[in-house]
Design a binder for this molecule. Sequence first.
Ligand SMILES: [Zn+2]
Ligand SMILES: [Zn+2]
Length: 577
Amino acid sequence: MVTDKTADGKMETMRHSAAHVMAEAVQSIFPDGRFGIGPAIEDGFYYDFDLPRSLTPDDLPVIEKKMSEIIAADSPFIQKEVTREEAKRLFASQPYKLELIGEIPDEKVSTYQQGAFVDLCRGPHVNSTGVIKAFKLVSIAGAYWRGDEHYPMLQRIYGVAFDTKEALDEHLKRLDEAARRDHRKLGKELDLFSIHEEAGPGLVHWHPKGAVIRRVIEDFWKDEHVKRGYDIVYTPHIAKVGLWQTSGHWDFYHDYLYSPMDVEGQEYIVKPMNCLGHILMYKTKLRSYRELPLRYAELGTVYRYERSGVLHGLARVRGFTQDDAHIFCRFDQLEEEVIRVLELTRFMIDTFGFTNYKVLLSTRPEKYAGALEVWEEATETLHKALARSGITYEIDPGEGVFYGPKIDTKIEDALGRAWQGPTVQVDFNLPQRFNVTYIGEDGQEHVVAMVHRTVLGSMERFLALLIEHYGGAFPVWLAPVQVKVIPVADRHLDYARKLEAELKSGRVRVEVDDRSERMNLKIRQAQLDKIPYMLVVGDKEVADNSVSIRRRSGEQVAAQPFDSFLETISADIASKV
Ligand SMILES: [Zn+2]
Ligand SMILES: [Zn+2]
């Protein structure tokens, strides 16, 4: 293996070396431990172990201490090539290593040793353990050997490693911030959603507060689509298998489909995508070129099989609602339609408060459906649409789907992490397979150009993104509760109720904290619930029909007449801030 001399390569080599050091430390604590593999990963490394007992977080400092000793000893990493037979003897008590040795085609097998620890490894490694400067063990997880649930579950320790203490501290701070914003944690604390083992993993239950956010987004989404010439439609959740066989999904996406159910002797599946229902609706009439483009939009819930090991809160689920639409148009309308989608995409991204995003144009993969010249023309159309929209983009060569080129947008959140966002895909496959056509100006039948697109992705993943981006402190227009009215004493409750009624009739989402608790405790609770405005009302406020305003940041605003507060918050909501 050639050593990668780039900065990234050096860092990777150092991180992988840290994995060996961790393995040596674990071996010194568990002499009978069995070892899996220990690669470098982004920001750090991991190693998988089969140990006589379960690790707990208390083990990590002990292992770290051992590692520090090994690093201080500055032992060299020594590579040695041995024959396969020697390797088998060397790793006789290591079944996972033996399994790997069995799969190495070469006669010679490479090993690395530092201190008392020998590993099966091609390298490269740093010269000695002292090169490792700043590391920390961050978590323990279960991981199947070979990532396959048919094999034993091993214990994986994750670590991070950087070349300076400052870079490590910076990274640990970011990890803390990410943990604080984790949508699974905030989803529970803010009572937004839940997922139940009894109902099945990857299936989301939206609680009233989460449902409010979703409804606000959906209403906004529908309005903006109608404004832009989309028709909102609804299609069923199940359909006969034959439909998916015609589309090719049955073959191409079989691993993601749920098993069929029997309905009166016919096989049906729960839908993995919404496209086919829209095609069937399009085909209910003979379409003229004058009717095009037709834009069908649906908040369509689909179900796809994902391994339980990869499910992750709202971000990776088994049932989700796509903000889907299909555009049927003539090829000469394609550029204009893509431009319109890009405009809508940008409008949505801006409205939800994202400032950074990256746009990628994915071109023809090796295996593709449709004619080469149609691909080239469509790819050129996407280039032109992007250029005319003034969008800077990168090319992702060969990463288009088999049925057509696409434009993906990756949205960056407040911590600089990229999330899969909007996508626009041209499809040459389905219109052919379903014979989706229109009658042209020439009186002839032509195959339509079909576009699949989402501007948010799915409601589930988008909410995960929003929660983490805002750390649960949603802008006023999205906040499940926008105002909390806090009476200072019970005698102020009537006034609080009066404000509640007026805010409600002004379409503001408001709650009164009518508990007989201390005012400070109520304020603290409203802050924890990340409610944008708290209205504290006591004798003075009752007397002059005013409110004392506190923001969730703790900032206090001078008391003002209730009417002017109502105007302010109504303006916030209307301008979506
Ligand atoms: Zn190695
Ligand atoms: Zn589609």
